[in-house]
Design a binder for this molecule. Sequence first.
Ligand code: SF4
Length: 384
Amino acid sequence: MQGFTATTSPAPFAPPAGFTPLSPEYDPWDPIRSLRAYGRHALTSVEFTTTHLCNMRCEHCAVGDSLAMTEGAHLPLDLILRRLDEVERLETISLTGGEPTFREETVKQVLLPLLRYARSRGIRTQLNSNVTLDYARYELIAPYLDVMHISFNYTEAADFHGVGFARTGREVGLGAATRMYERMMDNARRLAEGGLFVSAESMINFRTHEKMGDIHKLIAEMGCRRHEVHPMYPSSFAANLPVLSKEQMRIAVDGLLDARDPRIWMLFGTLPFYACGGDPLERQLLQRLRTEPNVTVRNDPDGRNRVNVNLFSGDVYVTDFAAVPPFGNVKTEKLDDVFDRWQAHEMQQRLNCHCDAAGCCGPNLLVTDMYYRDVDFTSRRAVL
Ligand code: SF4
C-alpha cells in the first residue's frame, strides 16, 4: 500500500516518493507487460466513463455519438469500489468522458473518491480532459492523479476553433474559442509546473499530418512530459472524415521523429505498422521507433488488459469498436469474469497474436478493419 499526504512542497502535484516514475521503461498501461508477467492477457486496467457531458464537440470525437446535454445519476460508488477491490491484478485506472470535470459535483463525488481509492492501493491513474475549464477544478484533483491526459492537435487558436466546436450545431465565436484555447494552454502549463505528469495526445489525420512538428513544439512549450500520438480511425464523429493512407501516416511519423524535442517521451499507439509486414519502408520506420531513445510504441490496452465501465448504466465494454456491444454489467458480474469471457470470444481470438521479440501483441479491431481486412495475423510472425 502506498499512501499519500498533501504537501506544501514546490511540486504539490508530484507523485508520492515511493511510486515508480512513469517512463519509457515503465508504462503500466501497455498490455505487453501483463502478457509477459502472466503468460496470457490479464485484466490490469479499468477505464470509467464518468460523464457524457462536454463543453466541446470536436469533429473527430471518438465518443461523439454518446455525448449528451443532460444525464442522470451515477451508480453508487460503493458498488464500483467493490468491483475494483475484486480485480486481482489491478494496476491502472483511467477516467474519461465527455469532459470529466464538466460538473463540479462529478469532480467532488466521483473523480476525487476514485483517485483517492487508487492512491491508497498504489494504483496509477489517468484523467482524460480538455483542461479548458477553471483551473480550480484541476487543482483539486491534481494531488491524487498520476497522468493528466489532454488532447492537443493545434498550432494556433484558429485550429482549435475549427476543430473543437465543429459538431456543436451552433456558432461559437473565434473570440470565445481563443479564450478557451489560452486557458487550456495556461492550465496545462500550471499543472506541469506543479509537478503533474501532463501527457498531450495528438492524432495524425488529414488536418494535422503535415504539421505534427509544430504541434509538438507547442506541447513541449507547455511543459508536457509526454507526447502521445495515434492515427485517427474512422469511428463515431470521425466516421466520415477523410482518411490517410498508410504511406501518409508513415511519412508523418518519420517527420515528427525528425522534429521532436528528444527530452520528451514520444508514445505512439495504434500505428498500422507491424514487424510481420513486408513493406521495407514501414520496417525501416519500425526499426527507428525501436531504437530511438525516449520513444515507445504502446500496444492498445482495449480488450487486452483493459475494460471500460459506464458509470451510469454499469455496462462493461471490451473495445471501442462499434460492432462489439457491451459484454457484461458491473451490477451483476465481476470484471475479471467479463474479461475472461471476452478473451475466449472468437473476435478476440482472431487477433490474438504475440511476437515477444517485437514487443507486439497484435493490431486492434479498428486498425484491422481500416487497413488489414483480409489478413490473418495469427499465421504471421515478426521478422526482425
Ligand atoms: S504480434 Fe501479430 S501483428 Fe505483431 S508482429 Fe507478430 S504477427 Fe504481426
